[in-house]
Design a protein around this ligand. Structure first.
Ligand code: AMP
Length: 283
């Protein structure tokens, strides 16, 4: 696996690969890899002849009181995991290279980043779309893979690619879960054993929402309430939001007559976790 830190060098690598007629799949990450990331990478291998990944803990997507400085890092371990896939090239820049003093251009998907996490993490998605736009210009992939785990992020990036005519395909990948249902996340590393047990409630709440739909509920608010009730029965979890919205636009809907996403953000101790599931009404 080649490791590249300079944008110009990464662009040259990709240009050379493209001239040889290769295609490039790309999986951006913030590192501290788990099976979720590796699933995206293995999927990426199926869509192109070369696989690129990036490791960059993007300071612009963290709020002033968020966990940027303590975000878990393990560069050597991540490289070892990437080599098992295998990843062909890793782009791992320093923050000063990605955002040098004087940077002032931002990319923002507006409507799709309202509601859900967008309301609770001001500036977060603007940081995400900006860094992903930069990464696309640096890595020049033919396709890029993103997890449904970060559902609003996926929708914001799809919107950006469409609105700004990026010449690449976004491939969504379903959420990878632990055997008991907990959605894999680098932030799970923050959880104590007790908190890990409580965190499982997010997945249980989403399943309860699915049950409500299967039982015939078509009111999105009632579906969200079913999920909320499950969480409220577990001590030690503080709900940030529980919402059932249109899975395409992420806007509220009157009645469940098309696919919806039920999305949850909650704090387990000091750790903020998110999870979601998409449900379609049985025809
Ligand atoms: P991160 O390193 O958290 O920025 O995540 C990098 C990519 O991996 C994003 O596209 C995430 O949506 C995706 N990802 C993270 N966790 C999971 C998971 N449990 N299942 C599927 N994709 C995931």
């Amino acid at each position: 696996m080649e490791i590249i830190a300079a944008p110009r060098e990464m662009q040259a690598w990709s240009e050379a690969a493209r001239r040889r007629g290769e295609t490039i799949a790309f999986v951006p990450t913030m590192g501290f890899l788990h099976e979720g990331h590796l699933t995206l990478m293995r999927e990426g291998r199926k869509h192109a002849t070369r696989l690129a990944s990036s490791l960059f803990v993007n300071p612009t997507q963290f709020g002033p009181n968020e966990d940027f400085s303590r975000y878990p890092r393990n560069f050597d371990g991540d490289c070892a995991m990437m080599r098992t896939v295998p990843v062909d090239v890793l782009f791992a820049p320093e923050p000063e290279v990605m955002f040098p003093p004087g940077s002032q251009t931002w990319v923002e998907a507006t409507e799709v980043t309202r509601g859900l996490c967008g309301d609770h993490r001001p500036g977060h998605f603007r940081g995400v779309t900006t860094v992903v736009a930069k990464l696309f210009n640096i890595v020049k992939p033919h396709c890029a893979l993103f997890g449904e785990k970060d559902f609003q992020q996926l929708r914001a990036i799809e919107r950006m690619v469409q609105d700004l005519n990026f010449d690449l395909t976004i491939i969504p990948v379903p959420t990878v879960r632990e055997a008991d249902g907990l959605a894999m996340s680098s932030r799970n590393a923050y959880l104590s054993a007790k908190e890990r047990g409580r965190a499982l409630t997010l997945c249980k709440a989403l399943r309860a929402a699915g049950e409500a739909i299967r039982a015939g509920t078509r009111d999105p608010q009632a579906v969200a309430r079913a999920a909320r009730k499950t969480i409220e029965q577990t001590p030690g979890i503080e709900i940030e939001y529980v919402e059932a919205v249109d899975a395409a636009s992420l806007r509220p809907l009157e009645k469940i007559d098309r696919p919806i996403v039920v999305a949850i953000a909650a704090r387990v101790g000091a750790t903020r976790l998110i999870d979601n599931m998409v449900f379609s009404v049985p025809s």
